[in-house]
Design a protein around this ligand. Structure first.
Ligand SMILES: C[S@@+](CC[C@H](N)C(=O)[O-])C[C@H]1O[C@@H](n2cnc3c(N)ncnc32)[C@H](O)[C@@H]1O
Length: 261
C-alpha cells in the first residue's frame, strides 16, 4: 500500500475544498478494506463524492460571495440574501425567506430565542442566522462554505463564524455550551459515513436543545414515504438524555426538537 497516496487525493482539484481530516479518514477506511491501492482509491473517491456531493459548486460559491457583497453595499435587501442562500442546495430548498423566517419562528417558539446556536454540518445556513442577528457557530467539511460564513461575519459584523472540521474526527464538535444545536439534514449522511455515528454525534453535543431535520422528498421532489422512515429512525435513536419537545413537517423537511432532560 502506498501510504503517500492520501496526500495526492488531498491535493486533487476535486477534493482540495474538503477538510483534510475527512479525506484521510475516508482513505484510511478504504485502504483497510481493499488490498489493491487502485480499488481503495476508487472506493475513497466514491465515498468522498457521496459525502461532499454537489451541495455547492465553486461557481455557486463565487456567486454567493458576489451576492453577499452586493447585499452589504446595497443596504442589506432580503432579495440579495435569498440570492446568496439559493447557491447551496440545502438552503435553496428552504427558500423563500419568509418560509425560513416562519420555520425558525416555529423552532424558537419551542426552544426560546437562543443566545448561542451551534450549526453542525452547516452548509451556508449560518449566513441566514447571522443576517437575522443570531449568534451562530458553524462546522462543516466544506472549506468554501466556511470561508463564505467567515467572510460574511467579518465584512458586515454579523455574529457568525465557522470552522472547517469533520464531526467524525477528534475535536470536530466544539465542546462549549450552546442553547441550540442544529443538525439539519445531516444525521442520515453521518450514519452513511459510519454506522452509529449519528448517535455518537448527538451524544457529544453540549446544548440544551438539538434540532434535527430530515429530507422528506427525493432530489426530484417526489414523496416516497421518507417522513415515515425517518420518524421511525429518529424515535429508535433518541439519545437517552433527551426527550422530544416538538416534531413538525414543512413542505419538504421533517423536524425533531430534542430537549435535554
Ligand atoms: C445536506 S447538507 C446540509 C447543510 C445544512 N445543514 C442545511 O441543511 O442547510 C450536508 C452538509 O454536511 C456537510 N458534511 C458532510 N459530512 C460531514 C462531516 N463528517 N462533518 C462535517 N460536515 C459534514 C457537507 O459538507 C454539507 O454541507
Amino acid at each position: 500500500m502506498n501510504r503517500d497516496y492520501p496526500e495526492k487525493l488531498l491535493q486533487s482539484k476535486k477534493y482540495r475544498d474538503v477538510c483534510p481530516d475527512t479525506v484521510r479518514r475516508v482513505w484510511a477506511a478504504c485502504a483497510a478494506r481493499y488490498k489493491k491501492p487502485k480499488d481503495a482509491d476508487k472506493a475513497a473517491r466514491e465515498a468522498l463524492h457521496g459525502i461532499t456531493g454537489a451541495f455547492m459548486t465553486p461557481a455557486d460559491a463565487a456567486a454567493c460571495a458576489d451576492s453577499l457583497r452586493d447585499w452589504l453595499a446595497l443596504d442589506r435587501p432580503d432579495a440579495l440574501l435569498a440570492e446568496a442562500l439559493r447557491r447551496h442546495a440545502s438552503t435553496l430548498e428552504r427558500l423563500p425567506l419568509f418560509a425560513m423566517d416562519a420555520l425558525y419562528g416555529r423552532i424558537f417558539d419551542i426552544t426560546g430565542k437562543p443566545g448561542r446556536v451551534l450549526d453542525l454540518a452547516c452548509g451556508v445556513n449560518p449566513i441566514y442566522l447571522g443576517a437575522r442577528g443570531i449568534d451562530t457557530t458553524g462546522v462543516d467539511i466544506s472549506q468554501s462554505a466556511v470561508d463564505l460564513i467567515n467572510g460574511f461575519g467579518a465584512s458586515c459584523g454579523a455574529p457568525v463564524r465557522a470552522v472547517c472540521a469533520d464531526l467524525l474526527c477528534d475535536g470536530g464538535i466544539p465542546d462549549e455550551r450552546f442553547d441550540v444545536a442544529l443538525m439539519f439534514k445531516v444525521l442520515p449522511l453521518l450514519e452513511r459515513q459510519r454506522t452509529g455515528a449519528a448517535a455518537q454525534v448527538m451524544d457529544a453535543v453540549n446544548a440544551a436543545y438539538i434540532v434535527a431535520s430530515f429530507p422528506t422528498r427525493t432530489l426530484g421532489g417526489r414523496n416516497v414515504g421518507m417522513a415515515g422512515h425517518y420518524s421511525d429512525w429518529m424515535e429508535a435513536h433518541l439519545p437517552g438524555n433527551r426527550s422530544v419537545a416538538g416534531r413538525f413537517e414543512t413542505e419538504n423537511e421533517l423536524f425533531y426538537i430534542l430537549k435535554e432532560l
